[in-house]
Design a protein around this ligand. Structure first.
Ligand code: SME
Length: 160
């Protein structure tokens, strides 16, 4: 049984503890689905104010939904479309304070108001997947969340 008790007073400590827990969770496990499933359960349990958290995998140049927590979601997203597709096409983190103001935003869950999407890139520079976090709160994610989640994406890149 894994029982990570992460209750940090500030975001820097929260993300440091979350990164450590993630390292422990994936240590020695080469299966990408197992690692994505456990990683997203940990993130979902640890980060407050999320209504969806999950992976979209790069399957032959198209994003296909992977392990997630939250409501059933869109299955396939073309590169370049929506927030996730933009992260995939540009390999740039997308931190969107108000998804309704994002041109082409794909509303999988009407409760989502802000979104943070990290590309997960392999050593060859190619996209493996994106990590997508949605919140019902507008502007839920700040620079510290972005830095903390980029660190998580870097850890995951080694085992996906
Ligand atoms: N809102 C995303 C689609 C995925 S869902 O949020 C789960 C987007 O615009 O890419």
């Amino acid at each position: 049984m894994y029982d990570f008790k992460i209750a940090a007073a500030d975001k820097e400590t929260l993300y440091r503890d979350l990164a450590r827990a993630l390292e422990g969770l994936i240590a020695g496990e080469p299966d990408p689905i197992a690692n994505m499933a456990n990683a997203i359960a940990l993130i979902w349990e640890t980060l407050p104010d999320l209504n969806w958290a999950g992976f979209y995998r790069n399957v032959s140049g198209e994003l296909v939904v992977g392990p997630f927590q939250g409501r059933p979601a869109c299955i396939r997203i073309p590169f370049g479309q929506g927030v996730c597709g933009t992260a995939a096409a540009t390999l740039q983190v997308q931190r969107i304070d108000d998804v309704h103001a994002f041109p082409g935003h794909i509303a999988c869950d009407a409760a989502s108001n802000s979104e943070l999407v990290m590309p997960i890139v392999g050593e060859d520079g190619k996209l493996i997947a994106v990590l997508d976090l949605d919140s019902p709160k507008t502007a839920r994610f700040n620079e510290e969340d972005e830095a903390g989640c980029v660190r998580l994406a870097q850890i995951l890149a080694r085992v996906l």
